[in-house]
Design a binder for this molecule. Sequence first.
Ligand SMILES: C[S@@+](CC[C@H](N)C(=O)[O-])C[C@H]1O[C@@H](n2cnc3c(N)ncnc32)[C@H](O)[C@@H]1O
Length: 257
Amino acid sequence: MSPSQDFVSFDRAAHFYDQTRGFPPDAQADIGATIARAGDLNAHSRVLEIAIGTGRVALPLARHLGAAVHGVDISAGMLAHLLAKRGDAALYPAQADVYHLPYADGAFDAVLAVHIFHLLPDFDRLDRELRRVLVRGGAVLHCWNTNDSAILRARNNVLAEAGGRPATWQKASEYLPDAGWRETAHLTYDYTTQQAPEDMIKSFQDRVWSSTWTMSDEELQRRTNDISAQLRAIYDDLSQPVPIKNQFHATRYVLPD
Ligand SMILES: C[S@@+](CC[C@H](N)C(=O)[O-])C[C@H]1O[C@@H](n2cnc3c(N)ncnc32)[C@H](O)[C@@H]1O
């Protein structure tokens, strides 16, 4: 396949994705259980994750369900990492884009979407595919993780100022209701991590987030300095890890009859 330039492949992020976005090992089983509960899923549910990436979310879900989870992604690099850690879990990835899902009409009871809406230039096209591959009455499960730490806020302030994709991230929770999908469940799972403020500065400088990939070196340096200044105003020692309270959200949507 040859994705157009509109598509944001994560090939360049594949080798550091799990390290920078992964869940703590002891949270993974609970995250799988949270999605299953919010989505009303069981071992017989036919589930697809669009933009499955390294299987960060699909793997805990497949383990929890003890059933198959299918997935697509345009990034061969991300899928290679998924395959390397899949073990005996029933995860079945395909390299495909979300606008051309290689599955029959009505093939799935649920489609999982995690941290992808902000990367897609055409939600209406995706929506048509979601409606096509879902069985009548099927659900879209929109999940995301976040935290309200001062460390993440410093990065988000800078990204908001930069414009572009961060703005679409804010909108990610609105696409489905705007298109007529009705929310029927929302669960939140809380977990704690540790992060040193200087890790955020370094990650930004290392272009860990896709919103930095189109920045010039000059802009990247300027915005890194902004983050650094914000964090220096809050923390005496940037190398000292602080506890971060995170939330994983799982929301279920269906189409009204
Ligand atoms: C932020 S990552 C999220 C991965 C996974 N859902 C997670 O939460 O860990 C976004 C993923 O979307 C994939 N992607 C971006 N645009 C895509 C498209 N049009 N079709 C399929 N995958 C796409 C990228 O390659 C990347 O793996």
